[in-house]
Design a protein around this ligand. Structure first.
Ligand SMILES: Nc1ncnc2c1ncn2[C@@H]1O[C@H](COP(=O)(O)OP(=O)(O)OP(=O)(O)O)[C@@H](O)[C@H]1O
Length: 228
């Protein structure tokens, strides 16, 4: 599903945001990616969605080498991945409904079906009553939940989330994690970057820890026969 093989990323000469990262994530796994601020978590997620290309090493996502994937195949790769960005990336002049169903519209899915799917996911995140609001009319936590709804509306094969509970109170954060677990049980692979140690402990999932760009620990490395 996802394989990193001796991956390096740098933004400045000889300064590495990621150094020699290798791991494999199998289909259907639920993984937390953790580590201090600046450890490289967001960078790693950006490499998976091909927002960036590694300086060295190989990354396979769904069997494709993301560095060499043709430009015209990138949209298809991205459509199979639901992403919750750290800064939500909601479109300001579109309503919650339009934000959540934007991708469905580009895929030619009709309004009735878009409404049905939006209703389902907005109910899951507890925002069905805010369907026609604009992002700036919502709290930070509500915007975050819209971003989660948008990420799952197209039943992605892989869900990638960068601090998806950072702006939420503990009860809401637990709701979102329960939702992710539910999605995971239906077969979606879930990868969540977070600082929240309590949540990680409570959830008892595989944990990959980064520190200063290096893979510090992978709780699943023996189970999954990795070479870290
Ligand atoms: N576009 C960029 N240009 C230059 N340096 C960058 C860029 N993006 C990230 N970095 C650097 O790469 C390192 C890793 O950053 P990254 O955002 O991946 O960390 P993180 O673990 O996600 O941190 P946080 O928990 O604070 O979000 C940091 O030292 C950061 O300053």
């Amino acid at each position: 599903m996802i394989r990193f093989y001796h991956v390096y990323q740098s933004y400045q000469k000889d300064v590495f945001a990621l150094s020699d990262i290798s791991f494999t994530i199998n289909p259907g796994e639920f993984i937390f990616l953790t580590g201090p601020s600046g450890a490289g978590k967001t960078t790693l997620l950006k490499l998976i969605i091909r927002e960036e290309i590694p300086k060295k090493g190989q990354i396979l996502v769904h069997g494709q080498n993301v560095s060499s994937i043709p430009v015209n195949k990138i949209p298809r790769l991205r459509r199979s991945i639901g992403v919750v960005f750290q800064d939500f990336k909601l479109i300001r002049n579109k309503t919650v409904f339009e934000n959540v169903t934007f991708v469905l519209k580009t895929l030619g899915i009709d309004l009735k079906e878009r409404r049905r799917r939006a209703h389902n996911v907005l109910k899951m995140v507890g925002l069905q009553h805010k369907t026609h609001f604009y992002p700036l009319e919502l709290s930070g936590g509500e915007q975050q939940r819209v971003a989660v709804a948008r990420a799952i509306v197209n039943d992605p094969v892989l869900l990638v989330a960068d601090e998806p509970t950072g702006n939420l109170d503990p009860d809401r954060a637990a709701d979102i994690m329960n939702l992710f677990e539910k999605i995971n049980r239906k077969g979606t692979t879930v990868l969540v970057a977070t600082h929240d140690r309590d949540m990680i402990q409570r959830m008892r999932k595989r944990v990959i820890s980064l520190n200063a760009g290096r893979l510090d620990h992978d709780s699943g490395s023996q189970v999954h026969g990795e070479e870290n």
